[in-house]
Design a protein around this ligand. Structure first.
Ligand code: DC
Length: 252
């Protein structure tokens, strides 16, 4: 029987760490821990939507792209050939990785900014094409399923990693919209960018992600497809939250 706390802020003064403490001591069957998956192509707005939905529900986030990105980065730093799937996969268990509130540490170095670069995205797409690398990263992703719940963002969250997720969203936007968003994002960070070459890059990356034989980018059969080209992030978030209301433990 699910229990809903209507005013979670009521602990703010007397016991501010109440929920951290609670979720540190209670045990749950892993299959009972709710998961929402948000898959889709690059620059579709998955990361932002995932963060917004997780924030609204108080859930954790898995940015699986960051795992592929950090694997690609580490492989290139160790001069491992990105085309050699077995060699890249062998590196995975040796990585010293930490995920701290949106930051990724590799060997204690904050590599978050480097991970966001287009060149790192391309390396991620290359290493992600190898079945051995996908297997090596599988358990690491499952480990993110912790109380009170998880919103997982990637390419195969709903198909390969969390096939039992209660809500699966497949997020798309037109290539023009995605190139424009990526362009804005880079310019706002002071990184020079050209919209036409960005669009060509993201279409090439989509083609590789869709064309590979290991967990290709495709919507799960039971995913809801959402084209957010014409939507604000708030509209997409509210839509996903309304779907969650219909399917989650507290059905209206
Ligand atoms: O979501 P992103 O742009 O950070 O992902 C970077 C690349 O990593 C993407 O082009 C393909 C790969 N990737 C993957 O193969 N599977 C995932 N679940 C997430 C990312």
């Amino acid at each position: 029987m699910p229990v809903r706390i209507l005013d979670p802020q009521c602990v703010a003064k007397t016991f501010p760490d109440y929920f951290e403490t609670l979720f540190g001591v209670v045990r749950a069957n892993v299959e009972d821990i709710p998961v929402i998956t948000i898959d889709g192509p690059t620059a579709s707005g998955k990361g932002t939507l995932t963060d917004e939905v997780a924030q609204a529900l108080g859930y954790d986030v898995l940015d699986s792209g960051a795992l592929y990105r950090v694997t690609g980065l580490a492989a290139s730093r160790h001069h491992v050939d990105l085309a050699d799937g077995e060699a890249v996969a062998a590196l995975v268990p040796t990585l010293d990785l930490k995920f701290e509130s949106g930051r990724v540490l590799l060997d204690e170095e904050d590599v978050s900014a480097e991970l966001r670069q287009e060149a790192t995205g391309l390396m991620a797409s290359q290493v992600g094409a190898h079945p051995a690398v996908r297997r090596a990263l599988h358990q690491l992703q499952l480990n993110f399923r912790r109380l009170p719940g998880l919103v997982a963002d990637g390419r195969d969250m709903g198909t390969a990693i969390f096939p039992d997720a209660a809500l699966k969203v497949f997020l798309t936007a037109s290539a023009a919209t995605r190139a424009e968003r990526r362009h804005k994002q880079l310019i706002s960070k002071g990184i020079p960018a050209n919209i036409d070459s960005l669009r060509a890059d993201l279409e090439a990356r989509d083609a590789r992600d869709k064309g590979r034989s290991a967990s290709p980018l495709q919507a799960a059969a039971d995913a809801i497809e959402l084209d957010n080209s014409q939507q604000t992030i708030g509209e997409s978030r509210d839509l996903v939250l309304s779907w969650w209301q219909e399917r989650g433990p507290f059905k209206a």
